[in-house]
Each structure stands twice: as structure tokens, then as C-alpha cells.
Write a protein that binds this ligand. Structure first.
Ligand code: NAP
Length: 521
């Protein structure tokens, strides 16, 4: 069995004991094994903090941005290999693998470019200085200083590549060493990428470490002022929050968790019109892409009551054209869920939703292409509908190709229904009415990390309900975890500490040029 080793304290090390197995979710074949048992994590973390932290902090943002540019080059050079691994281990068709792999390359490249504009600074001024004294002889300058701890980056199974690099790029650009922990079931791709970057010798020793396999002991190895950035389920996030280091506030947490996202059709949208068609297209794309295994996928479709039947018919007609099965075939448009365990999870979640909804479209009867239904984690899309939706439908994230159609009476009810998700990553609005779009943005911004407006003139160029662009904030309040990532250089905030420096104005003027060497020890 191909064993995925851990990269700790500058060395590749296999874990002890029986490794967890990684499978091909279509054929069931065992692809690799991973174990982190027996690693000396406290020593590995100390080494990362001391070696990696000092080396990264000795550089300017622009120098670290140049490292990211070289990381992007190395990853790009191995792109084809990554697609092969994603096909085997995630069971995704080419277009879905691209969301993960090309999304990562784009994000690393984006931060390389943004960082290069930060010039030779070693820390960041936060706004202009403010006077503190009547005679203007004393003032305060707020500053953001790179954190001196390490960042532990724990990722979910659905984005082994993008999930790693959308966290890693802002952390490394900030000058913070990282320990990466991919979800075990799809860790192969993350492992391969880290291996390629380490072999290329781009990053200073200690800047990048990797722990594959189980998570035991990871949080215990964190020290006060370390950072933890987590993506995964709300249940796991709750467990992390209960760890003593987090309870005592010694370690800062950024959590990205579940989300029951919605798409809202405007009252002006006529059947077959551009806004109507844009919503139908987007819902189908979100249900198909990665078999619905995107935290941002549309789970609820809110439409004016008089459009309920027309929308149900239009979405169902397009879902019926999706071929499901082995992603190695060109005719297949939707591959597998990530594992048979995840298949069982989705089936039980769907059964719960079905108890509270009618089935508008069920592709389960159609044959899979070149995949054994008793083995493969392949699942056809299901569209549910509820004319009087219960709370369960607003609050249950089924992490697969499942969405529920719901009618609304008026826009006030539409906003109220969207908010029943109790904090979501994204809501999208489809309309040609500027008032509706503006009102919706205002009504939903507070409970959503991102509001995505689709009007006819943007029908072709909008970036997609579920696509997370590094320019835009990613994260949401409440159920979505309360975290914030990306959003351009805002992503660096989590990896910096903000403080106030008070002094005579002339002295404060020399702060921006403080040498990086001051941060290195
Ligand atoms: P998960 O079971 O919560 O696992 C997430 C990660 O946490 C994995 O790396 C897992 O490692 C690790 N982990 C589990 N228990 C841990 C513990 N006690 N201490 C430290 N680490 C621990 O989530 P998942 O099943 O991989 O992912 C699906 C979920 O992620 C969905 O709910 C989805 O909505 C959410 N998600 C959210 C976003 C977002 O940005 N908001 C993005 C993607 C996915 P092992 O794999 O080794 O168990």
C-alpha cells in the first residue's frame, strides 16, 4: 500500500500502527494509507514555530509573495498529476477537479500578486495616526504585526487542494508558519502537493509541515498565541471549541462549517425569462458540481408561489440530462461522492428531508455509467419541494446533490425564510429589478457572508453562486461557523495582531520602515 508520510520537523515520517485507508470512491479500490500515530507533535510544532516563524518573519511581504509565486509555478508544473489523483481519490469529473485544483492555483497566484504590491514592508500600518494631545505632540498609530505562533490548518474532505492553499497562501504571506492537516479520506492530493513544494526547496525550513491521518494530539500541541483555522462540520467545530486551549482563549479559531445556502428568484422573473433561466441553470450547476459536496452549494430554492410549478419542472428537466457514474467516461457529467461512508450519510440526510417534503425529481432509478451501485459512492440528484416548509428543511445540510424548492408569498417572507438558515455562507438573488436586488442585499448581508446578485446583464459573466473568489469574503455567521477567509488582503487579518503604538508624531512616522530583522528573533 502507498503510505502517505507526514512531514514534520523537516523530515518525512510514516506514522505507526495500522494506517487509515484511502479509497477510489467509484471502484472501492484501496489507493493509499495514512497514519499520524506516534509522531512527536509538540516537538514538531516547536520546530515549525522557531525555524519557520523566524525565517518567514525575517522577510518582507514582497519577499514572501515571491515565494508564493514560485509555489504556484511548481504546482502548475504538476497540474496533470493532480487531476489524476483527484479522479482516483475524489471520484470527480475533470470540471469538478478543476474547481479544487485550478481554484488553488488561482488563489496562490492572486496572493502572490497582492503581496508583491505590499513592497518591502515588514508589518502593516492600520489607518493613519490619530492625535492624542491638544498640542498634537503625542499620537497613536495602530499597527498589524504578523503573529509569532504557528497556524494549524485543518481541512474538509471536499477541497483537498483549494482548502489547503486558500488558507496557506494568506498565512505564509503574513509570515506565519503552517501545519497542514488534510481530511484523511482525500489526503493524497494535499500530500502530493506539499511533497512537490517541499522537494522544490522554495520555502524556508519549518514554514510548511504536514500531518496526514488521524487528528489525535494536534490541538494538544498548540501553544498560547497559536492560530487554528478549521473547515469542516459544525459538530467537529463544536468539539474543537471545547478544547481547553480554545476555552481559555489562548488559541484563536477561525471556523468554516455547515451552511444551508439559498437562491431566491425575484417576483419580476417571468417563466422562461433571463432571471428565471439563470436561477434554473445555477441550481442545476450547484447540484451537479462535485455531486453537491460544496459548502456553498444551493440547498434551498425560494421562488414566488406562482412560479413553484414552473421552476420545479424546469430544474427537473435539466437534472434528468445529468449522467452519473464513473468519471473516467466522457459521457459522465457527475462522478461520485467522496466515499461510501459519505454516501450513507447523504442517504440518511435525504431520508430525513424526504419526511418533510415531496419528491419533485428523483434520478435514483437511472442506471449508473460503468459503476456498481453496490460499491460506488455515486448518487443521482434529488429535487425536493415543500409548500409549507418545516424548520428541518432550513436547518439540515445534506452534503450531496440534494436541494429543496420552497414558495414565498412576498419578499419579506423570502428574506425571513433565507434567514432561517441561521447564518449561511451565501445567498444568490435572480432578478431584473434593481430595488429587489438592493433590498435583498441589505436584508441578507447581516446573516450571510456573501450575497450574489444575478441580473440579466451579468448572466454570462457572474462568477457563480458557489464559486469562492479570493477577492471576496468567504465565511458566514452562526451555523456557517462565524469565520472569515479571503476577501483580498483582509485574509491577512487573522494572521496578524492589531495593537496601538503611542508616541510623538515624528517618531511614529518611522514605524512603517522598521526593519524585518526586528521581527526575526
Ligand atoms: P469533518 O468530519 O468535520 O472533518 C473536517 C476535518 O477535521 C478533517 O480534517 C478531520 O480529520 C478533522 N477532525 C475531525 N475530528 C477532529 C478533532 N477532534 N480534532 C481535530 N481535527 C478533527 O468534516 P468533513 O466531513 O471532512 O467535511 C464536510 C463538512 O465540511 C460539511 O459540513 C461542509 O459544509 C463543511 N465544509 C465547510 C466549508 C466552508 O468553507 N464553510 C468548506 C468545505 C466543507 P479526519 O478526516 O482525519 O477525521
Amino acid at each position: 500500500m502507498h503510505i502517505l508520510e507526514n512531514y514534520v520537523a523537516g523530515q518525512w515520517r510514516a506514522g505507526q500502527g495500522q494506517p487509515a485507508r484511502l479509497h477510489d470512491p467509484v471502484t472501492g479500490a484501496v489507493l493509499a494509507g495514512a497514519s499520524s500515530a506516534g509522531l512527536d507533535l509538540p516537538a514538531a510544532f516547536a520546530w515549525a514555530r522557531q525555524q519557520g516563524g523566524a525565517a518567514l518573519r525575517a522577510m518582507s511581504y514582497a519577499q514572501r509573495a515571491a515565494l508564493l509565486a514560485r509555489v504556484a509555478e511548481v504546482l502548475t508544473a504538476h497540474r496533470d498529476k493532480y487531476f489524476e489523483i483527484a479522479l482516483a481519490n475524489s471520484g470527480t469529473v475533470q470540471a469538478d477537479s478543476a474547481i479544487d485544483i485550478d481554484g488553488a492555483l488561482y488563489t496562490v497566484g492572486y496572493y502572490a500578486k497582492q503581496g508583491s504590491r505590499l513592497a518591502e514592508d515588514a508589518w502593516r500600518m492600520d489607518g493613519p495616526a490619530d492625535a492624542l494631545a491638544r498640542d498634537n505632540a503625542y499620537a497613536v498609530q495602530h499597527v498589524r504585526t504578523p503573529a509569532r505562533g504557528l497556524a494549524l490548518l485543518i481541512n474538509a474532505f471536499n477541497f483537498p487542494s483549494w482548502g489547503l492553499w486558500e488558507k496557506a497562501a494568506p498565512a505564509l504571506l503574513s509570515g506565519v508558519p503552517i501545519v497542514v492537516k488534510p481530511a484523511t479520506s482525500t489526503a493524497w492530493l494535499a500530500h502530493e502537493m506539499v511533497r512537490d513544494v517541499i522537494q522544490a526547496g522554495i520555502l524556508p525550513p519549518g514554514a510548511l509541515s504536514l500531518v496526514c491521518g488521524g487528528s489525535a494530539g494536534l490541538l494538544d500541541a498548540l501553544r498560547p498565541l497559536d492560530l487554528l483555522s478549521f473547515t469542516g462540520s459544525a459538530d467537529t467545530a463544536a468539539q474543537l471549541r471545547a478544547h481547553p486551549a480554545l476555552l481559555r482563549g489562548e488559541v484563536s479559531l477561525n471556523a468554516e462549517t455547515d451552511s444551508v445556502n439559498s437562491a431566491v428568484l425575484g417576483p419580476d422573473a417571468a417563466e422562461g425569462g433571463p432571471a428565471f433561466d439563470a436561477l434554473v441553470r445555477e441550481v442545476v450547476r450547484e447540484m451537479r458540481a462535485k455531486s453537491g459536496q460544496k459548502c456553498t452549494a444551493i440547498r434551498r430554492i425560494l421562488v414566488p408561489a406562482e412560479r413553484y410549478d414552473a421552476v420545479a419542472g424546469a430544474i427537473s428537466a435539466q437534472l434528468a440530462r445529468i449522467t452519473v457514474g464513473n468519471p473516467r467516461h466522457d459521457s459522465v457529467k457527475m462522478g461520485a461522492l467522496v466515499s461510501r461512508a459519505q454516501f450513507d450519510n447523504v442517504q440518511s440526510g435525504l431520508a430525513a428531508l424526504r419526511g418533510a417534503a415531496e419528491v419533485l425529481y428523483d434520478g435514483a432509478g437511472l442506471p449508473l455509467v460503468d459503476a456498481d451501485p453496490a460499491v460506488a459512492a455515486c448518487m443521482a440528484p434529488t429535487l425536493l419541494g415543500a409548500r409549507q416548509p418545516q424548520a428541518l428543511l432550513h436547518q439540515t445540510e445534506v452534503f450531496g446533490p440534494v436541494a429543496t424548492l420552497m414558495p414565498y408569498r412576498d419578499t419579506a417572507q423570502a428574506w425571513a425564510m433565507a434567514r432561517l438558515g441561521e447564518g449561511s455562507l451565501v445567498a444568490s438573488l435572480y432578478s431584473d429589478d434593481s430595488d429587489f436586488l438592493a433590498q435583498g442585499a441589505q436584508a441578507l448581508a447581516e446573516s450571510h457572508g456573501r450575497v450574489h446578485l444575478v441580473s440579466p446583464e451579468a448572466a454570462k459573466s457572474h462568477t457563480g453562486h458557489g464559486n469562492v473568489m479570493p477577492q471576496s469574503l468567504h465565511g458566514g455567521p452562526g451555523r456557517a461557523g462565524g469565520g472569515q477567509e479571503l476577501g483580498g488582503l483582509r485574509a491577512l487579518d487573522f494572521y496578524h495582531r492589531r495593537s496601538a503604538v503611542q508616541g510623538a508624531p515624528a517618531r511614529l512616522e518611522s514605524l512603517p520602515t522598521a526593519r524585518a530583522a526586528a521581527f526575526a528573533e
